[in-house]
Design a protein. Sequence first.
Lengths: 110, 895
Amino acid sequence: MGKGKSDLLQGTLDMLILKALQLEPMHGFGLSVRLGQMSGGVFQVEMGSLYPALCRLEAQGWIKAEWGVSENNRRARFYKLTASGRKQFEAETAEWALLASTIETMLRAT
Amino acid sequence: MRWLHRLVFKLKNLAARGRKEAELAEELRAHVEMQTEANIAAGMDPGEARTAALRKLGGVEQAREYCRDEFAIQWLETLVRDVRHGVRVLRKSPGFTGVAIATLALGIGASTAVFSVVEAVLLRPLPYRSPGELVNVDFELSRAGTTNVGCSVPELDDLRERSGVFAEISMVFPMDGNLTGVAEPQRVEAMAVSPSYFRVLGIAPALGRTFGAEEESVSGWAQGCVLSHKAWMTHFGGDPHVLGRKFYMDYDTFRVVGVMPPEFRHPGRTLAAEVDVWFTGGMRAPPFAPEPVRGYRLIPGVIGRLVPGLTPAQAQEKLAAFAARTRHDFPRDYVESERWMPRASSLQDKLVGDVRGVLWLFLAAVLLVLLICCATIANLMLVRAVGRRQEMAVRSALGASRVTIVRQLVIESLLLAGAGGLGGLIVAWVLPPVLLAYAPASVPRLNALAVNGHVLGFALLASGLTGLVFGMLPALRASKFDLIPDLKAGSRTAGAEPSAQRWRSALVAAQIALSLVLLAGAGLLLRSFLSAWHTNPGFDPHQVLTGRIWLPPPSDAKARQTYHDHGNRVTLIRELERRFSALPAVQSVAIATAVPLTASSWSTPIRVDGAEADTAAVAQVTSVSPDYFRTLRISLLRGRVFTDSDDGRDPVAIINAAAAARYWPGQDPIGRRLSCGTEADAPQCTIVGVVGNAKDGPLDTPDQAHVYRPVYQDSWLALAFFVRAEGAPATLTQALRREIHGADADLPIYQVLTMEQLMARSLVRRRFMAGVVGVFAGFSLLLAGVGIYGVIALTVTQRTREIGVRIALGASRHRISAMVLNHGLTIAAIGMAAGSLGGVAATLAMREMLFQTHPLDPLTWLSIVLLLFAVAALACWLPARRASATDPMIALRSD
């Protein structure tokens, strides 16, 4: 993770990638840009984290990769969410929501 | 299912490994370029844009590694790597590898071979339809304590129709047959059965049909008969048009209606060989009485198929009720005090009978050998592991975990075990035929021996388990070490620490313990065999040739009837005696109705001194010619032997010592009377002589009461001749055959053997048992000896320096030898102490198999202990001599 930027909790990167892919298939660079945009520049995802995560997700069968052509005519691998990936994303979101609300409650407790 | 998906994914990637990496590289490159373009678009100049993009590559190597791992099946790759490494390591020390694989191949091969016999004989069901339903039925007079009384025709009919136990039932009646109408008269093994016989077994013929409506309608013997495949080949030349062909058996006409498949065997006792001809009939016409008598139990055996769903135990309950009913319905035929009872037992159990114990004994023995092989190899591995400590230490220092090292060593063991197992399969393939060639013919061989799934499974299991057993211990031992000293030391002194040596000594002691168990078993079996072998048969077997003749008794009244008549039989017997005696080099000649040692005489109820019939009074009854006792040199104890004039006008008998002791204890039996058989009008014979006991059955059976009658007084269709020769008796065979054919060209001669061959044959099972266990024991002794030698030799090598110091300080060379010997013999003594416990348990368990030998026979045990000590001492002697010859100067400088 970049200096001065917040570290992503382990596992959350996977969830965010799934989220980013929900709208449309994307290549690796596109994903890193999109993740930056989505976080309002708070998260800068480096390649050393992004590609292992992509491998992991692909091995789990949650995303699929295909070679395609990018917007400026460059050969690039496009990642696409699979049906089981969609399900996984929903499960993880629900889990995250529960976790987040629990932590918030705990922090607010006096 | 997720793991499955991952596995498939990884396997796919494993195949496309190179492509995957290239793809990742291309993807990363594309990413950098896109970043560069984005930077330029954001206003950087091209050089700066690229540097910034590359900076973002941070940790890309890590990503690559990670992806590679994620794509690979790591354990599979590691396994492949370990196996490759293992093969390389093993090939680097061909001596060790060769010895280990050969030992294992022998161990696994021998146990698999024995298992394949056990599997075929004991474990595999009989090769008939629903074999679990097949039973053997024996008949006994349970209160009188008489078994195997046989069954009468009405009793068989009742069992079929009234017992409610059998779906099908058939008599089995082995007979001799004289086959004529083919090339040369031949003695064949015939089996008279009920028409339902083949339905009982559920076997279809290979050619033609089995018995059907035609045979069932015949009241005497039916013409239609079924041939075995072998008889079809040997007597009918495999003629494809054999169906309908006629031939003569005992001058009766038979017609071939079917041929059985080659693998079909009759499940049970036969007279001398596999059945050649099955024939059938209603048993209600000549030669049988048209109205069968209930008390005439002429059928020797019965097999049946139980009603489906009935267990043999339930069947027995129903049979008991049936027997009670029958005894009640026919009070005149069943003496209530005798309690007639049919007994059904599983056919397989009945067939396997006494062979079961022998086979389990062999399996136990061979598994002990396998354990000893394991110990041997474990020991070799320990030595090697010790030598490889430096290698292990280096690997460990470079980051290999303990698990990694243990895994590597276990894989090497499994490789060895696998190679040994392959070799073992070859041995297991070659060995059983050899084993069976020496096996007694009484081992039931209904199932063909085969390396089938079960046997393969056994071999695999044996290899895998041995690999783990001998691999685990050394591996765990070897992976525990102090890095620093091992790294520093060469292999020369590494591992000299006492714990490794203790393990090795323990393994050798275990080998000795197991060998002791095997040796004790082998020793006792050998001693049993020798006691049986040295049993006095009661006659002089040297230079006597014997053979058998069957006089055909046709049932067809129009066929040649000569030998139905006692007078004609006597004429033939006298003619044979005359012809044989005239041959040169013949000392004396005898004819009888049974051959000693073959249990071929008849067990017959006798009545002593006109007493009431008593089913407990039985004796073996044989008819003999006057020269019988002289020819076989059976000693005459009292009275006289038979003469030419004992021809039935004044019936006489001679009894043996056992009969005299049983029926006239403390009295003089000469002049007393007895009659044979249960008929009221059986002639009363006067006892004219008492002879010594001659074995009727095998040498290791007890003496039985025996009654001899003159063959001119009572003759029978089965005859045996005995010729005492001047020289080697076997040379007479051709001349005797010629003379018999001279007397009657239609008579077949069979089982021509010397009496010495018969003696050896009667003990063939004992010899086989002692031989097989003896070979196993010898092999284990060799391994144990090599084991001790190995441990002691290594100790001496490792202690060279110490021994040098001792010698330098004045220890005598004699003392050094004693020290080394002492070490070895201590290990041996500990092993023997442990082994004797197992040995006692094992030999007590095999008590039944011993003959006139106590399981704790002191001579046997003492010889074994001495033998083991001698082997241990010999194995220690070489290293001891080397130790005592140590030159202190060289020893002290050596490190």
